[in-house]
Design a protein around this ligand. Structure first.
Ligand code: AGP
Length: 609
C-alpha cells in the first residue's frame, strides 16, 4: 500500500507532486507529505489525514523548488499521525525518503543505528532507511542507497533525495511497484502510471532488484549491484480521462457504468469474426499442455477471489477439470498439492497484491504452469506468470472493485470455452450458443444500469439497517459473496453471504422481523430449492428482495420485491446479477454519507502480507 511520486525537472515540483498524489490517493489516504529541494535546502511538509489537508498547508506556505518526492500513506507500522507520515529523514535533515512496503528487519537496524547515536522520532519502519542511508553516505548517494538496501529485508519501492546531490533522485524497487516516467528535461517516479500520465506517456517499468537514478536530463537504470541495464521504453496508449471521473460523482459509479465497454474490450478481439470460436492467441499453452492439465487451482484475494469462485463453476462445467479456488494468503501457507500437471490461475486487478504474488511464486517453485488474469499490463503478476489474459477494463481507481471483477468473469468464460474447444467437452453448437450469449452481455448490462433508480430506492431503505443477508445457490452463492463484500466494504453495513441451503444449519437463528435478505435466484435448475429457502426466511419475518431473470414468475410470488435481469444462460448470469449488487452498495454508502471511493481502513492495492 501507500503511493509514492517523485519529480526532477524545471517546473514547480510541489504542484506536480500533489497532482500525482491525488491520482495515488486510492492506495492509502491516512496521511500525506512531500519533500522539496528549496533554496534553503531540503524541506519537508507532512500532515495526518487526507491529502487536501496537506494541500491547504502548502497553499498557505508553498515549497518552491524543481525537484521533490511525495507520499500518501496507508499505515502499517505506527498509527496515522503527522510524525509517522512520510517523507522521513535522518537527524541531519539532509536525506529524505518515501517508501511503499515493509522493512521486516527494521527493529535490528534501528537498534544498531541507535547505538551509533541516531535518534528516531517516529514509530515507522521507514525511518530506519533514511538513517541508514545517512550512516552509509560517503559522497555518493547511489552507492549509499545500494549499501543500505543490501542491509534491508522486506518489500520496498523507494524515492530518495539528499541535499548533498540536488541533481539526483534515486528510486529503488523490491517487491513493491514502481515506474519511471521519462519526459523532456524532466523525469518522474510513481507507484503507478496514472500518477505521471499527465506529463509523459513514456515509462520504464522497474523490475524487482533494480534501481534508477534520475536527473533532469536522463534516467539510468541499474541493478542494486550497480550494473547498468538497457530497457525498452513502454509507451502508454490509454488516455488520462479514463483515469478521471468524467462527470460522475465518484470513480466507483463511473467504473460501474464503464462495464459494458470493459466487457466488449475484454472479449472482442478474442472471438472469431464468425462468432463460433474463442481465440486466445496470447496463451502459449499447446493443445497437448491443455490435455495434460489434471487439476486447476485458482488463487486470489478479495473480489478477485470471488471472481475465482465463479471461475471454478465455469471451468468445471465447461472443461470437466477439477478446480479448487483458494484465498492467496491461505494457499501459500497450506502446502498445497501442486504437481507439474496443475495449472495455477492467479487473478489480480492490480497484479501487485503481495499475497497473490507470493502464491504465484510458490506455484512456480513447485513446477506448476501459471496463468495470470490481470488488469495491469507490465504488473509483477503479468511479468512473472507463464501466460497472461489481460482484462481490458482500463484503470480502476475506486477501492471497491467493480469493472475489474466483471472483466475477470469474462476472462474466465473465454478461458473455459477455450479449454472446451480443445478438450471437446461440449459440442460446437454449445460453444456457439455461449458466445452468442456472451456478446449480448454488454447491452444487457446497459439495460440493468437504466434501472439504477429502483436499486437506489431500495439501497436508501436498507441503509438504516445494521445487518443484512445475501443468499443463493451455485453460481448465485458465488455472486452473493461478492455482493456482501461490496456492501461491507463501502457502506459499513454488516452482511453475510450464505449458500441458501446452508442457512437452516445455524444462521437462520439470526433472521428476525424486518431483516433484509437479498436472494439471488438466477440459476433456473435450482430455483425451486431456492424458493423453499426464501419461504424459510419469510416465515421468520425477513424482508426479501429477489434478484431473478426475466420470465420467472415463481420468484416474484414468494418475495417482497424483485429486481429482474435480462435473460441469459445460467452460466453467464453472474456477469449480470452482480451489477444491481454493486449499485446497491454504492447507493447505500452514499445514503450513509460515507466516502465511497475511499472507504475507511482500506487501500486499493495491498502490497503487504
Ligand atoms: C475489492 O473491492 C477489494 N477492494 C479487494 O478485495 C481487492 O479485490 C483485493 O485486494 C485484490 O486486489 P487485486 O485484484 O488487485 O489483487
Amino acid at each position: 500500500m501507500c503511493g509514492i511520486v517523485g519529480y526532477i525537472g524545471n517546473r514547480n515540483s510541489q504542484e506536480i507532486l500533489l497532482e500525482g498524489l491525488k491520482k495515488l490517493e486510492y492506495r492509502g489516504y491516512d496521511s500525506a507529505g512531500v519533500a522539496v529541494y528549496t533554496a534553503g535546502g531540503l524541506q519537508i511538509k507532512k500532515a495526518k489525514g487526507r491529502l487536501a489537508i496537506l494541500e491547504s498547508q502548502l497553499q498557505d506556505s508553498p515549497l518552491e523548488g524543481t525537484a521533490g518526492i511525495g507520499h500518501t500513506r496507508w499505515a502499517t507500522h505506527g498509527k496515522p499521525s503527522d510524525v509517522n507520515s512520510h517523507p522521513h529523514t535522518d537527524n541531519s535533515l539532509k536525506f529524505s525518503v518515501v517508501h511503499n512496503g515493509i522493512i521486516e528487519n527494521y527493529i535490528s537496524l534501528k537498534e544498531e543505528l541507535i547505538a551509533k547515536g541516531h535518534r528516531f522520532v517516529s514509530e515507522t519502519d521507514t525511518e530506519v532507511i533514511s538513517h541508514l542511508i545517512a550512516e552509509l553516505y560517503d559522497g555518493d548517494i547511489v552507492k549509499a542507497v545500494q549499501k543500505a538496501v543490501s542491509r534491508m529485508t522486506g518489500a520496498y519501492a523507494l524515492g530518495v533525495l539528499t541535499e548533498y546531490e540536488p541533481d539526483k533522485l534515486v528510486a529503488v524497487r523490491l517487491a513493491s511497484p514502481l515506474i519511471i516516467g521519462v519526459g523532456e528535461g524532466e523525469n518522474f517516479i510513481g507507484s503507478d502510471i496514472p500518477a505521471i500520465l499527465e506529463y509523459t506517456r513514456n515509462v520504464f517499468i522497474l523490475n524487482d532488484g533494480e534501481m534508477a537514478v534520475l536527473s533532469r536530463n536522463g534516467v539510468e537504470l541499474m541493478t542494486l549491484e550497480g550494473n547498468f541495464i538497457t530497457r525498452e521504453m513502454f509507451h502508454v496508449d490509454w488516455d488520462i480521462v479514463t483515469a478521471e471521473k468524467a462527470g460522475f460523482d465518484h470513480f466507483m459509479l463511473k467504473e460501474i457504468h464503464e462495464q459494458p465497454k470493459a466487457y466488449r474490450d475484454t472479449m472482442s478481439a478474442r472471438i472469431s469474426p464468425e462468432g463460433d470460436r474463442v481465440i486466445l492467441n496470447e496463451i502459449g499453452m499447446t493443445d497437448e499442455a491443455i490435455r495434460n492439465i489434471s487439476r486447476i487451482h485458482i488463487v486470489a484475494c478479495g473480489t478477485a477471489y470471488h471472481a475465482g469462485l465463479v471461475g471454478k463453476y465455469v471451468i468445471e462445467k465447461l472443461a470437466r477439470i477439477p478446480v479448487e479456488t483458494d484465498v492467496a494468503s491461505e494457499y501459500r501457507y497450506r502446502a498445497p498439492i501442486i504437481t507439474k500437471d496443475t495449472l495455477v490461475i492467479v487473478v489480480s486487478q492490480s497484479g501487485e497484491t503481495a499475497d497473490t504474488l507470493a502464491a504465484l511464486r510458490e506455484a512456480k517453485r513447485c513446477g506448476a504452469r501459471v496463468l495470470a488474469i490481470t488488469n495491469v499490463v507490465g504488473s509483477s503478476v503479468a511479468r512473472e506468470a507463464d501466460d497472461v489474459i489481460i482484462t481490458w477494463a482500463g484503470p480502476e481507481i475506486a477501492v471497491a472493485s467493480t469493472k475489474a471483477y466483471t472483466s475477470q468473469l469474462i476472462a474466465f468464460y473465454l478461458f473455459g470455452l477455450h479449454l472446451t474447444q480443445t478438450l471437446g467437452t461440449q459440442d460446437a453448437s454449445y460453444v456457439q450458443n455461449a458466445i452468442t450469449a456472451l456478446k449480448e452481455l454488454p447491452s444487457q448490462v446497459e439495460q440493468i444500469l437504466d434501472q439504477s433508480e429502483a436499486i437506489k430506492k431500495y439501497a436508501e431503505e436498507i441503509s438504516t439497517h445494521d445487518d443484512l443477508f445475501f443468499i443463493g445457490r451455485g453460481l448465485d452463492y458465488a455472486v452473493a459473496q461478492e455482493g456482501s463484500l461490496k456492501l461491507k466494504e463501502i457502506s459499513y453495513i454488516h452482511s453475510e453471504a450464505y449458500a441458501a441451503g446452508e442457512l437452516k444449519h445455524g444462521t437462520l437463528a439470526l433472521i428476525e422481523e424486518g431483516i433484509p435478505v437479498i436472494v439471488l435466484a438466477t440459476q433456473l435448475e435450482l430455483l425451486e430449492k431456492t424458493v423453499s429457502n426464501i419461504k424459510e426466511v419469510k416465515a421468520r419475518g425477513a424482508n426479501v428482495l429477489g434478484i431473478g431473470v426475466e420470465g420467472e414468475g415463481e420468484l416474484k410470488k414468494s418475495v417482497d420485491s424483485t429486481f429482474v435481469l435480462p435473460k441469459t444462460l445460467d452460466l453467464l448470469a453472474p456477469a449480470l446479477s452482480v451489477i444491481p449488487l454493486q449499485l446497491l452498495s454504492y447507493y447505500a454508502s452514499l445514503a450513509r454519507g460515507n466516502d465511497v471511493d475511499k472507504p475507511r481502513n482500506l487501500a486499493k492495492s495491498v502490497t503487504v502480507e
